[in-house]
Design a protein around this ligand. Structure first.
Ligand code: HEM
Length: 418
């Protein structure tokens, strides 16, 4: 176990104190925050080669929002991205979304920041922007913004997978924003203010709250557990393996569209988990479905959490000890031609349904250099025969091109519009 501060310094992160303009004078960042003082002051750089929120150590909370662009000219889409960039950069450093001086006298206009994160500090906020296929090619085939020819080959329309029960209202979309922070109100504040800024240019299509990261993106983080109670993120790509991250996460200069260099592709899947039948399933069956033990998260072939699974080890009845249809076998790179991805999902509970069952699950998020070499082949195998399928249902789906990071003075996605 390594302390959180040590974990962050290993991941190249500054936990320097000092909260930006959004904190009212004379109040400490911890007064209203649910997180400890040093965690409240934690901030990640917004500008850089890559957008933050991908290899950044996964924060505890998510607010993910998807927008459709209104019927506006190209220049207004550009101005929206410029305004979003400025506000996101400020908020991620603990500042307000816009000029905000509540004590300066009577305000003639609504404040440029809604105020609810004023005393909370940045709490590790990252804001990550993405472009959906329909931004390039609208549903009716039109190229609204003159960028159709620059749609990357890797930004495919996802195929329909076996068992998909997708709801269009929580699928697709023109633009996405992933806001992650260690305080839920900070993440919600970010999305709320970016939605407010978008008014008249883009409209919220759907949004999702998430809690309890279901993945580690740094070897210094303890592996968390998902709502099935299993450790999740053990075999994930981690920031400390830059060669693997370069190979499987970041788009290279030489890949298809030069404007995507330093970017990635995000696939989101809202996966409903049938919690109640799972909770009535014997432990041995739960472990057979995953292929790992529930306690330590070790592969059923033995060892500890980080021991590599031995898929050829025999079990009883002439069958392998890790079942042919166990989740970890079907998802493992060895059985998928080396496919890997950086998983960064969150748990969700959206209340309950009409039958009194928890409306709960995993908001699965994964970043990769090319979904046709990562998510799509893996999900095709999982959808076919994963033992987990009896307990899960995919209800939402989307794919986004995540451009590289912005340089200060420019904006996210600028190279697409040059
Ligand atoms: C591994 C759970 C959906 C891809 C794992 C592990 C668990 C787990 C417990 C083992 C620990 C680890 O290595 O992280 C779940 C649950 C899901 C789900 C509960 C749905 C509710 C998916 C989906 C994909 C996926 C949709 C991608 C299409 C992977 C991969 C691994 C993995 C690539 C690592 C396999 C390895 O290299 O050993 N998952 N998962 N999972 N999962 Fe999932």
């Amino acid at each position: 176990r390594i302390s959180r501060r040590r974990a962050l310094s290993l991941a190249g992160v500054s936990a320097a104190a000092g909260v930006g303009a959004g904190v009212a004078a004379g109040r400490s960042a911890t007064d209203a925050s649910a997180v400890p003082a040093d965690a409240a002051a934690l901030k990640y750089p917004f500008y850089g080669e890559h957008q933050a929120g991908i290899t950044t150590p996964a924060q505890d909370r998510l607010h993910f929002a998807v927008f459709d662009v209104d019927d506006i000219p190209r220049k207004d889409l550009v101005s929206l991205l410029q305004d979003w960039t400025i506000a996101a950069a400020r908020m991620s450093q603990g500042g307000s979304a816009g000029e905000f001086a509540p004590d300066a006298g009577p305000y003639e206009a609504p404040p440029e920041d809604t105020g609810e994160a004023m005393d909370l500090g940045p709490t590790g906020l990252t804001i990550t922007f993405g472009f959906g296929p329909t931004l390039f090619t609208a549903a009716d085939g039109t190229d609204r913004f003159g960028i159709g020819a620059r749609r990357p080959r890797a930004l495919v329309d996802l195929p329909r997978f076996s068992g998909d029960m997708l709801d269009e209202r929580i699928s697709g979309g023109d633009l996405c924003i992933q806001a992650c922070a260690d305080d839920p109100q900070v993440a919600v504040h970010a999305i709320r203010n970016l939605s407010r800024i978008a008014f008249g240019r883009a409209s919220l299509r759907y949004s999702q709250l998430g809690f309890g990261r279901t993945s580690s993106t740094s070897t210094a983080q303890v592996t968390p557990r998902n709502l099935f109670g299993f450790k999740d993120g053990t075999a994930n790509l981690k920031a400390e393996d830059p060669a693997a991250v370069d190979e499987h996460v970041w788009v290279a200069d030489s890949d298809d569209q030069a404007w995507m260099a330093g970017g990635s592709y995000l696939v989101s899947r809202k996966i409903r988990m049938n919690i109640e039948p799972w909770d009535r399933t014997r432990l041995s069956e739960q472990e057979r479905a995953i292929g790992r033990t529930k306690g330590k998260g070790a592969p059923l072939s033995g060892g500890d959490e980080f021991t590599a699974p031995d898929f050829s080890m025999p079990g009883s009845g002439g069958k392998p000890i890790i079942a042919e249809q166990a989740h970890v076998r079907l998802a493992h790179p060895d059985t998928n031609g080396g496919a890997r991805m950086l998983r960064r999902g969150y748990n969700f509970v959206d209340g309950n349904d009409d039958l009194g069952r928890l409306d709960a699950g995993l908001f699965f998020l994964c970043f990769q250099r090319d979904p046709e070499r990562s998510f799509i082949p893996v999900q095709t195998r999982l959808a076919g025969s994963d033992l987990l399928n009896e307990y899960t249902r995919h209800v939402g789906s989307a794919i986004f091109a995540i451009p590289g990071g912005a340089t200060e003075g420019s904006y996210v996605g600028a190279r697409l519009f040059e």
